[in-house]
Design a protein around this ligand. Structure first.
Ligand code: B1M
Length: 234
């Protein structure tokens, strides 16, 4: 199914609409994806369900065909743009929280890597989970991480990598922290599709986060454990 100009998305039942949104994401149709998001929200879908069932699942289909050489970079860039159009609508809904901030997270995608959809999603969910988030973008060098850590003094450093060729750079950043005697100043969380727990351990991170929800849970648990173990001053 591909979106014809005269297809009225609002006439589709939920399942068909979600399927159509997967197709529209695949075809890089940002306006249609945004419209689909708004329709699902107006039908009472939670922002989380729209995100996971319509957008993230759709991006998974794009990923498979990219891997298999059916889609190429320009097409996937269009899909990424459409994904971001949908995420932009969900963002204010996912991050709204009246609760006091429970900690600060600085997050970036490591040097050599420009994938940012997953990182942006993690940043959004952390904000929704009550964290202040400083997102320093993509292709971030160890020096830039150090400068940003000095400037923002977060509790948690989060790093993202989507390529097997860039994930080892996380060790460069962590080793730089160690050389400066600052490794223990931060909880270091890492994530990205090619990573796993063993990798996180091997580079000296505190934890691997499989997805955005796990990132929020892990960040909360680790902040609370660190605060419990902190020796009171005086
Ligand atoms: Co790229 N790409 N890409 N790509 N791309 C992958 C990653 C790939 C798996 C596709 C494939 O072959 N199947 C493959 C990597 C293979 C490998 O290394 N083993 C690949 C490749 C090869 C490339 C290029 C080299 C292609 C080329 O040029 N020939 C090139 C590299 C560019 C570079 O970075 N230097 C490239 C380029 C691109 C685009 C620019 C076209 C585009 C990125 C656009 C953008 O991000 N703005 C793109 C995309 C979109 C993808 C796929 C299709 C989708 C990634 C995505 O957004 N997923 C991807 C295929 C795939 O992953 N299945 C692919 C959705 C997102 C919600 O999931 O990012 O996994 P994810 O994030 C999750 C978790 O991983 C976790 O939580 C997130 C939310 O639940 N998480 C964290 C992520 N970061 C975290 C940080 C944390 C915690 C959790 O910190 C605490």
């Amino acid at each position: 199914m591909s979106t014809a100009d005269d297809l009225d998305l609002s006439s589709l039942a939920d399942d068909d609409l979600v399927e159509q949104m997967h197709d529209d994401l695949y075809d890089g149709l940002a306006d249609e994806v945004a419209e689909g998001v708004n329709i699902l929200l107006s039908r009472g879908w939670t922002p989380n369900d729209v995100l996971n069932k319509a957008l993230v699942a759709g991006m998974g289909i794009v990923g498979v065909d990219f891997r298999d050489g059916i889609l190429f970079v320009p097409e996937v860039l269009m899909s990424a743009k459409a994904m971001k159009a949908g995420m932009a609508i969900l963002r204010p809904l996912l991050v709204e929280t009246g609760a006091p901030r429970i900690g600060k997270v600085l997050i970036g995608t490591v040097k050599g890597d420009i994938h940012d959809i997953g990182k942006n999603l993690v940043a959004m969910m952390l904000e929704g989970g009550g964290f202040e988030v400083v997102d320093i973008g993509i292709n971030v060098s160890a020096d830039d991480f150090m400068t940003a850590l000095d400037e923002h003094r977060p509790d948690i450093l989060g790093m993202s990598a989507l390529l097997t060729t860039t994930m080892p750079y996380m060790k460069v950043v962590i080793d730089t922290l160690k050389q400066k005697g600052r490794r223990d100043d931060y909880i270091v969380l890492v994530g990205g599709a090619p990573l796993n727990e063993a990798f996180a351990e091997s580079v000296g991170a505190d934890a691997y986060c499989r997805d955005a929800a796990v990132a929020v849970e892990t960040a909360k648990a680790m902040i609370s454990a660190r605060r419990q173990h902190a020796v009171p001053a005086g």
